[in-house]
Design a protein around this ligand. Structure first.
Ligand code: MIC
Ligand code: SF4
Length: 647
């Protein structure tokens, strides 16, 4: 029996456990990446491990999220990140160098390698044939310490691409089609592996777009083969030596299959407020729009922006529409400025934005009240844009640019002002690594600089013998980490857990932090009750650390997403799965719950029995965790646990 690409890479990085889907598997991690919004906490945790230097092959720290710098906090974080990188042997990508996933693909990614990053869109690296996985900051800190990363051995789904895309139909439409089929839930512990003749028609940036938004399906990562197209991309990046061929064996066996006829696809959009809410752009035609934003780690490559330039050339942004464009990296920025694309954009009335996450994380460009915003990024959760009533539609750069000109939602297939569009694959990128700071070999004299907003990484206490408390909040399905821990204007508090904790569930229930901390101070535990797919979206471990700080001891949900589940365990919060809708319905906010003999119950590996004291009944939840996680839950989190073993 042949192997899939996934199996080949996992076998090469196997440390212990089992490759059988569903079993726990420890793999060696070659590369790590962090970004500033999750990075400060990751490096504070790395410092807490007490090691002099990182031990993995390559560690890169990117500054790309918090670049707005209102107040001193972000700049202090940048200074801390730069100094800790120099001290610990980490490469630093300075603000202005670009978005972590775009820059990593350009300058560091390599086929056949493993990468984990403290950002959920790390799987972008799958476009170049690497197993690239999003994780919480502490897991990345541990990988930097050389500790193997534990995953659940994945089910591998083969997505076969047939034929080729028509002009104006794009890689974004391919992944939106995948989202239409697989939705944003139910794909935990899967890997999407792309295959078929259609693969050969897609460039590395297009493949990266597809892998990037696999994160919205909740898969562990997505993967393309490494072929001559990958080699051409690496050659153009002056890194051909990193190339190895990598493809699935003809007789590889998969756990599921799906086929897409690229030639039959048409422009698609994800409607408010979920990336899985897919419609055809043609069905939306004519809807008035207020704003268009092009950029983000999903669609900001040179190829994307050249096509945007072709569309805007000689045209102007419609009155009443604000168009913002953020190139994904300094490399892309420089190239579009040299080839005239930037001039076309400026002439068309575009507002040129910094090469950073910016609008995507609600850092600026919030739409007007109820405003319709077409964006090329990957998430349109309610309120993420910074305007709760904002209506964000996710589209391809082509749909975005065409609509910016017409002023209404327009399918690029149904307009008549741009006759021709073609892919431009750079044969020689302007590579310039002068915004990367490589660490000194001897960092003895380097001083780590901290600002007043930078605190200690929080720690939990070992699990008590009994958990007795109250339901702090009851929420519904698809609660994202943006609901739990808002970003945007609150991002600057990422390094200060006590302060950031005062914003937990800010847009859902403003009283939650005060209610929980008051109970915590009286020795009463807090519980969160949730529906399906709790903790969707980002990798931000703050969505576990801040509730932990507020005294949350367990989450009872119908299902919990992969990265968030791991972050809860790392923080020492029990991730409990409710057994039925009925069990979910019966619990009310403020109900008193008790888990007796909880240490023994957690150790047993059996379902956990809880008592609803207010309503007078008992029920069970499962605790679907690995042995390592069971142990960390008993010890009050991963930091407490690891100190015992790290040499
Ligand atoms: C996101 O897109 O939500 C983020 C901001 O990049 C997050 C990381 C974070 O919250 O800092 C992610 O995707 O993991
Ligand atoms: Fe940045 Fe947006 Fe990508 Fe997250 S999804 S890394 S905020 S560009």
């Amino acid at each position: 029996m042949g192997s899939s690409i996934t199996q080949k890479i996992l076998e090469k990085h196997f440390v212990s456990g089992s490759l059988t889907p569903g079993e726990s598997l420890d793999i060696r991690i070659d590369q790590t990446l962090t970004q500033d919004a999750t990075g400060t906490m990751a490096y504070l945790q790395f410092e807490a491990l007490g090691l002099d230097r990182v031990r993995n092959e390559l560690a890169v720290s990117y500054i790309d999220h918090n670049t707005v710098q209102v107040g001193f906090e972000n700049a202090d974080d940048h200074r801390y990140l730069q100094s800790v990188a120099a001290k610990k042997g980490v490469v630093l990508s300075r603000p202005g160098n670009g978005i972590c996933h775009q820059v990593h693909l350009e300058r560091f990614g390599a086929p056949g390698k493993t990468l984990i990053g403290s950002d959920s869109h790390t799987p972008t690296g799958g476009g170049i044939g690497m197993i690239a996985i999003g994780a919480g900051g502490l897991d990345v800190a541990l990988a930097m310490a050389g500790v193997p990363f534990t995953i659940i051995a994945p089910r591998v789904i083969r997505i076969t691409l047939k034929n080729a895309l028509r002009p104006f139909v794009t890689a974004k439409d391919v992944i939106l089609k995948v989202l239409e089929r697989f939705s944003t839930k139910g794909n935990v512990n899967c890997i999407f592996e792309y295959a078929g003749e259609g693969v050969k028609t897609l460039s590395v940036p297009e493949r990266a777009t597809i892998c990037n938004m696999g994160a919205e399906c909740g898969v562990t990562c997505s993967l393309f083969p490494s072929d001559e197209i990958t080699r051409d991309f690496l050659r153009a990046q002056h890194r051909e030596e990193c190339w190895i061929p990598l493809e699935a064996d003809a007789d590889a066996v998969y756990d599921g299959e799906f086929e897409i006829d690229l030639a039959a696809l048409e422009p698609l959009t994800a409607c408010p407020h979920s990336p899985g809410n897919i419609r055809k752009v043609s069905e939306m035609a004519g809807m008035k729009i207020d704003q268009v934003l092009i950029g983000s780690c999903t669609n900001s490559s040179y190829q994307d922006l050249v096509k945007v330039g072709m569309i805007l050339d000689g045209h102007h942004v419609a009155e009443g529409v604000s168009l913002g464009i953020a190139p994904g990296s300094r490399e892309v920025f420089e190239m579009i400025s040299e080839d005239g694309t930037l001039t076309k954009m400026i002439k068309a009335g575009a507002r040129i934005l910094e090469s950073a996450c910016g609008f995507c994380i609600g850092n600026h460009f919030s739409p007007s009240t109820g405003g319709v915003s077409l964006r090329t990024n990957n998430r349109n959760f309610e309120g993420r844009s910074g305007t709760k009533s904002g209506q964000v539609y996710l589209v391809s750069p082509e749909t975005a640019a065409v609509s910016a000109v017409t002023g209404v939602f327009t399918s690029p297939l149904e307009q008549d002002f741009v006759k021709e569009i073609r892919n431009v694959n750079a044969e020689d990128f302007f590579t310039d690594d002068s915004m990367l700071i490589f660490p000194p070999a001897d960092s003895g004299d380097v001083e780590i600089i901290r600002g007043p907003n930078i605190g200690e990484p929080p720690r939990n206490t070992p699990l008590a013998s009994e958990l007795s408390g109250q339901v702090g909040i009851k929420v519904g399905d698809k609660i994202t980490t943006d609901h739990i821990m808002p970003a945007g204007a609150r991002l600057k508090y990422r390094s200060n857990i006590p302060l950031y904790s005062t914003f937990v569930f800010e847009g859902v229930d403003k009283e939650f932090p005060a209610r929980c901390s008051e109970r915590r101070d009286r020795g009463v535990a807090n519980f969160i009750v949730a529906g399906q797919s709790y903790g969707q979206g980002s990798s931000r471990e703050h969505a576990a650390l801040c509730p932990m700080y507020l005294g949350v001891k367990a989450v009872l949900a119908l299902s919990i997403e992969r990265i968030h589940q791991a972050n809860l365990c790392n923080a020492g919060i029990l991730p409990l799965t409710l057994q039925s809708e009925d069990d979910y319905e019966k619990i009310s906010p403020d109900d008193s719950l008790v888990i007796r003999d909880v240490r023994t119950q957690v150790s047993s590996g059996k379902p956990i029995t809880l008592e609803n004291v207010t309503k007078g009944y008992s029920f069970t939840c499962t605790l679907d965790v690995t042995e390592l996680q069971r142990d960390m839950l008993l010890k009050g989190g991963r930091l407490n646990q690891i100190k015992e073993t790290l040499v």
